[in-house]
Design a protein around this ligand. Sequence first.
Ligand code: PLP
Length: 286
Amino acid sequence: MSQVVYVNGEYVAAEDAKISVFDRGFLMADAVYEVTSVLGGKLIDFEGHVTRLQRSLSELQMMAPVSMDELLEIHRQIIARNNIDEGGVYLQVTRGADVARDFVWPDPEVVKGGIVLFGFEKPLVNAKVLEEGISVISQPDERWGRRDIKTTQLLYPSFAKMQAKQQGAGDAWFVEEGYVTEGTANNAYIVKDGVIITRQLTNDILHGITRAAILRFASEAQMKVEERPFTIEEAQSADEAFVTSATGFAQPVIKIDGVDIGTGKPGPISVRLREIYTEEMRKTAV
Ligand code: PLP
């Protein structure tokens, strides 16, 4: 059976889905997105993702093409129609298809935004690579300056991920002015003497929904958290490192630029946070 996707008001088979060649998401990456994980057929931290979507839209003066309640219903339909138990739902909102290609934004009352959703199956809980950890390489952060807005301009992160892959690593950590910003599609952390260190929230990084939950659970478990920048050298001499994202939860990082972190195996704090996150998210999934 073919995959069912949602495109501008309709549920259609993926091979029948159509988008205008004038859609600004396609022409200019003039689009924002969210990825919400699914556990046991339910959405994890949906409210967090919807709240961030609203913020991304408002920062770019875009209108939501459907209400937030409708959005939940569409997510649920995508899960049900594709029979997804574990994986995620991808959502993209674009500024829509203008009559021509123009740098000037069209009037949102005239040109309605576009919306696309599709689902995917992916092992999240018992995924070997998520539990065993990955190695990362450092790469200069050459993305635009508004990384707090979750746009579909993903060519540079994709380029950096390929650099990592070609060097036998799992991912890249971006470095700007000597300090780590984040991973290609995750937030970055180190642990030293029991203290969890991660960059503070500014426009330099995406405000991860998983990050917010992990820091909350860490504080509730009496773990110490410091929100400040750190260098690759500091990370290499840390006891542990890890990354967080909606589809990776908390994933250990065991090597940075060829240097083993701690014992070179997933550290206890990252492993514990992964367990807590999975348990708690199962409880609150909708
Ligand atoms: N940072 C970047 C650049 C990302 O692309 C992502 C997720 O795609 C994250 C961080 C993690 O965000 P979240 O936890 O909301 O998935």
